[in-house]
Design a protein around this ligand. Structure first.
Ligand code: AMP
Ligand code: ZN
Ligand code: FE
Ligand code: FE
Length: 310
């Protein structure tokens, strides 16, 4: 670590529990070795990686907050193509409502993967689900990145990006749509699990307008969203400033992280993104304070069943 640089944080990390290539224990030890102050593991549609991290034990000097990244359907006021990724921070890992949503997502993934393989086979590519699983995918959590990696290994495509560009990407011939959680349900599940809901990488959604603006942000906030992922490797400086200002104007928390996937996203380094990302530690302290407030509220709400329809 550059000793002149204050320690940073990384609140967007994928582990082997979803489509990352580092185990939760390795993520903890690397984050600690790099001098990061705090991390969150935010796997797609599962909290197993958080469970494993907590079972391993968080090294002294590193703070850990639970996380998840849920694929939600875009709400009517923000009609982008594909999914809105909702980050949930500080969630209780055993919350029944959240667990039910994650189980449904995993079930849909399990049914989608064989259909992708069928399409690849119909396109003349010789690949089987067994080969993808053999190559490190867990049947209920694997996704297109695992399939892409197996395709590269078999020499069916020259590289990982080509697998998406030619076959697996949205709108390409082997693409199969996936289940998305209704937006309101995703936010409610995160909040009812004592967590804080944050819109992941707002700069990646393409709507009619170039950037998510004040109207959409106000609507998201009205739905219970409490933060924006301002710091993200793919955000330009202009976008980072834009989302930071938006969060300030709407009283939202700011978060940031690299979307680290290990070997599934080569070039993105834990804590540093493409090398120059720095997420200020103060953001973690504010997020943790908000989670502490929410957990107290969720504890109260749990004693009043029916109040929020669950
Ligand atoms: P899945 O959850 O199976 O739909 O896969 C989504 C994951 O695939 C994302 O989190 C990315 O890591 C990766 N991905 C999606 N689109 C692309 C792309 N065009 N190129 C490379 N990776 C992609
Ligand atoms: Zn991913
Ligand atoms: Fe995402
Ligand atoms: Fe992610």
């Amino acid at each position: 670590m550059d000793s002149n640089r204050p320690p940073g944080i990384d609140l967007h990390i994928h582990s082997t529990a979803s489509d990352g290539t580092y185990a939760p224990s390795e993520i903890l030890s690397r984050a600690h070795a790099q001098g990061l102050a705090a991390i969150a593991i935010t796997d797609h549609d599962t909290v197993d990686g958080c469970r494993q991290a907590l079972a391993t034990g968080v090294p002294d000097g590193l703070s850990f907050i639970t996380g998840v990244e849920i694929s939600a359907a875009p709400p009517p006021f923000f009609p982008v193509s594909g999914s809105i990724h909702m980050l949930g921070y500080g969630i209780a890992l055993d919350n029944p409502g959240l667990s039910a949503i994650l189980a449904r997502l995993q079930d849909s993934r399990q049914r989608r993967n064989p259909r992708i393989i069928e399409r690849l086979n119909a396109l003349g590519l010789d690949i089987s689900l067994a080969e993808v699983i053999h190559d490190g995918g867990t049947p209920d959590q694997m996704g297109r990145p695992h399939i892409a990696r197996a395709m590269v290994k078999k020499g069916l495509v020259p590289n990982f990006d080509a697998a998406f560009d030619v076959y697996l990407g949205n709108g390409r011939p082997a693409y199969v749509d996936k289940y998305r959680v209704p937006f309101d349900d995703a936010v409610a599940a995160i909040r009812n699990a004592g967590g804080v809901a944050v819109i992941a990488h707002p700069g990646l959604y393409r709507s009619q307008d170039d950037l998510m603006g004040d109207d959409a942000t106000a609507a998201f906030a009205a739905k219970g969203v409490e933060g924006l992922e301002v710091y993200y490797p793919e955000h330009s400086q202009r976008q980072t400033i834009h989302y930071s200002d938006l969060a300030d104007r709407h009283g939202l928390l700011k978060t940031g992280g690299t979307d680290f996937h290990g070997g599934m996203k080569p070039g993105v380094v834990l804590g540093l993104g493409y090398g120059d990302l720095h997420v200020p530690t103060a953001l973690f302290d504010r997020l943790q304070a908000a989670v502490n407030r929410r957990s107290r509220c969720a504890g109260t709400a749990a004693k009043e069943p029916g109040k929020d329809g669950t």
